[in-house]
Design a protein. Structure first.
Length: 407
């Protein structure tokens, strides 16, 4: 045989011989299906293809069928006949395959998992609480609807998800989940490429489905604060939360270069603050001491590995160990911030200074006309709170200063 194509009745025995090395490539047309050609390279690679003019063309085109022996001779003939029938029916198999691939890609891109990944990359990661939101989406939403087209999700699916979270005893988490699933669907609709025209979360009221969102008023008292402080002897993160009154995410996401310990300041960039404004926190002496004691790490983050739930579980376990096996009534890390703010009022810090200490914006016309930073006043407030707190968690004998509960 030569490289020029010949015609012969193809057989499995003949195809097996073609898989052996040979001096030159071989091309043979099948006499049973005349447009079916088998080509064998000099190295023994054998492949099938159909040669036929596609609709609207004057030149022959090659339509791949498969490689032997992954496809048998019988299968190659069947596929070749299918291709020929398509062409004779006015369809170009290449165009049809390209459209199928396009539709498959569009379908894959419109699965809930794919849309969720796009939402995380383009929307969530710009947010101050990006890590917490991303964890919520991956934990609650994606496992449930991963491979479903986002347009197939119905209101009943969303309701079932939220009610499941409520039934697990986490109504606050259910409120948060409803907020972000609504945002995800709205974001997808605006893009106009996922086949979603209406949000299945529309007209789902949080109050009707979950109940009114509870407003927490928990303030830790003089019996609880010493237990938490002692339990956190190996957890500087918790002690800093109580000393500084910041949100857990603000401290958990802190970068080392935000701190100037010589100047005793912490500069938090606007991108990480709820009010989207730069904030400078004057560090009281004990906070500086704690920060200096933290081990240096190659990671730029102050706390390279941070799981708030694990921190809380560890502190609770330590409290039970220190408290004769008795746990504190339900409390959260955010209660430390509320305790800090209440403590500032207890020791007579002016309300507008106390609000600035927890990075709340000034209210009313003061917000517009009073642009003073009150840094000196804030520093005095933080130092005063440190003294008050130390008097509670490590008081001199017979000298305990009470901290009022919020009513």
């Amino acid at each position: 045989m030569t490289q020029d194509s010949t015609a012969a009745q193809l057989t499995d025995r003949g195809l097996k011989k073609l898989t052996q090395p040979k001096p030159a490539p071989v091309a043979i047309f099948d006499t049973d299906v005349k447009q079916l050609q088998v080509r064998a390279s000099a190295g023994g690679t054998v492949s099938f293809s159909v040669l036929k003019r596609p609709p609207g063309s004057r030149t022959l085109a090659r339509f791949p069928v498969g490689t032997y022996p992954l496809i048998t001779l019988a299968e190659a003939r069947t596929k070749a006949r299918d291709i020929l029938r398509e062409i004779e029916g006015g369809v170009d198999p290449r165009v049809r395959k390209a459209e199928e691939d396009r539709q498959a890609a569009a379908t894959q891109a419109s699965t809930f998992a794919a849309v969720a990944e796009a939402f995380i990359a383009r929307y969530v990661r710009k947010k101050r609480s990006a890590r917490r939101i991303e964890q919520l989406i991956r934990r609650e939403f994606v496992p449930r609807w991963a491979d479903r087209p986002i347009a197939s999700i119905r209101r009943a699916d969303v309701v079932a998800l939220i009610e499941e979270i409520v039934d697990r005893g986490h109504p606050e988490a259910a409120h948060t989940a409803l907020v972000y699933i609504k945002r995800l669907f709205s974001w997808a609709i605006v893009r106009g490429k996922y086949g979603l025209e209406h949000s299945p979360a529309d007209h789902i009221g949080a109050t009707d489905l979950i109940g009114a969102k509870a407003v927490r008023k928990r303030v830790l008292d003089v019996r609880e604060l010493p237990l938490i402080w002692r339990a956190a002897v190996e957890v500087p993160f918790v002690r800093l939360l109580l000393l500084l009154g910041v949100r857990r995410s603000e401290l958990g996401d802190a970068m080392r270069d935000e701190f100037d310990l010589d100047a005793a300041t912490w500069a938090i960039p606007a991108a990480r603050m709820k009010m989207n404004e730069d904030v400078t926190i004057p560090l009281p002496p004990l906070a500086v001491k704690i920060l200096r004691s933290l081990p240096r790490a190659s990671n730029a983050r102050l706390f390279p590995v941070m799981s708030y739930s694990r921190v809380k579980d560890f502190i609770d376990a330590q409290i039970k160990r220190l408290n004769g096996g008795k746990a504190l009534p339900r409390w959260t890390l955010h209660d430390l911030r509320r305790t800090f703010r209440t403590g500032l009022s207890t020791i007579g810090i002016a309300p507008h200074i106390a609000e600035l200490c927890i990075a709340h914006a000034q209210q009313g016309m003061r917000k517009v006309y009073d642009q003073h930073r009150y840094n000196a006043e804030k520093r005095k407030a933080f130092a005063a709170w440190e003294g008050q707190l130390m008097g509670i968690v490590d008081p001199p004998a017979d000298n305990v200063t009470p901290l009022r509960r919020a009513r």
